[in-house]
Design a protein. Structure first.
Length: 138
């Protein structure tokens, strides 16, 4: 709700402030992705088991990481047995969350296009209303 007041700034540059505020998390993620090393899971998935174990020891700060390392190896082997992961999206047990996700996007787009002729405050209010509704329902 704090962004709804930004459109009332005189001079018509309120959208720049909103864009800058949205850019801050993106910048943080970009810098973080450059600083964070590979995870043990990603190294093991690529076949670098020794490096994965070394990173796991470094993260945990102990030398005895064998049980957790074996769990990661087992999960990696199970993940490799899945032939086509996108096919599982259309299976019956995954349809309700998929339908909710698609309808959420369609609803957002519908209200955004409806609000194009309305004020910026109205667009943000609709977005907050829709988000809070779906957060409550899920």
């Amino acid at each position: 709700m704090y962004l709804t007041g930004k459109c009332r700034i005189k001079g018509g540059y309120g959208w720049r402030i909103s864009l800058a505020l949205a850019g801050v998390p993106a910048l943080m993620l970009t810098i973080g992705s450059l600083l964070v090393h590979d995870t043990p899971n990603s190294l093991i998935e690529r076949g670098l088991e020794d490096e994965g174990k070394a990173v796991l020891k470094k993260i945990r700060g102990v030398e005895t990481v064998e049980p957790e390392f074996q769990e990661i190896l087992k999960a990696s082997r199970v993940a490799k047995t899945v032939k086509n992961p996108l096919k599982s999206l259309i299976k019956r047990h995954n349809r309700p969350p998929l339908i909710i996700a698609v309808m959420l996007q369609v609803t957002h787009l519908t209200y955004m296009f409806k609000c194009l002729k309305e004020s910026y405050t109205t667009i943000l209010s609709y977005g907050l209303l829709i988000n809070s509704y779906f957060d409550f329902c899920i």
